[in-house]
Ligand binder design. Sequence first.
Ligand code: GLA
Length: 301
Amino acid sequence: MAADDAWTGRAPGRVNLIGEHVDYLGGVVLPAAVDRFTTVTGAPAERWSLVSEVPDGLPYAHAIAEELGAPPQAMQARSDVPPGAGLSSSAALLVAVAAGLRPEMDGAAAALACQRAEQRATGVHVGVMDQFAAALGRRGSALLLDCGTLEHRLVPFPDDLVIAVIDSGVHRSLAETPYNQRRLEAERGMPKRRRHVDSELDRVRAFADALEADERDRLGELLSASHRSLRDDFEVSTPVVDALVERACAVPGCLGARIMGAGFGGSVLALLHAGAEAGFAAGLEGSPVRFCRTADGAYVR
Ligand code: GLA
């Protein structure tokens, strides 16, 4: 095996500030890449393999490598993106493999290839938000992405606004959830689902405006409104997650909180004033809290 066939790729996890369950409808979302990373090394081999502390990654790594036309690869991954906890460990893995195999590729094209690979590997009709954030998110920014046109622009994210992710402890792969069913209901225009989608799209715009104007109380209100809509209209929350959101919002210095990602467990996103971290972690005792900073995506050069 020639050493110059060996490759390494690294990609971050992501948070989604707002815009949940709208990407697959061509809506606008506002994720950010964060400072938790998956690194994959690989080289051509006789058969596909992936050595990793986290099980079940091979179908993803295999699918994206194949999508990019690569021959069988022996791969190794290490990661501090916790699986199943809402930080999109799958997108980090897919984009890391893509960046390793095809570093010269256009970042948006790589994200689309990763989305196709994830759909093929899992049978879940995911949108493109997570892969896009892992590829093209930027340190110091959130990424305002129109999933219909793929137009995107950066919105500055202040250094002294803290991103906290609370792990609900309920970890699931998307294939085990009614994700496809929710997508279908929204596509078919079921009134409650549409009410969530339409109101969430308004909130994404309002949130981006509030971020640009540095109106922090408004950010918190929008997070809380998003949670209520995901809980009552889109019905992707759980009692455990609702309780976490309530506890988070009660901590001094917390601007607002909501269920993040696909839902059905997973994680809660909260935004805090800087300095509130210790009190927040104490207030959420018993549930792991991860404080994240924005980071560069794999295709940011
Ligand atoms: C998962 C999917 C995304 C998106 C979110 C919900 O993270 O991978 O495409 O649909 O759920 O907003």
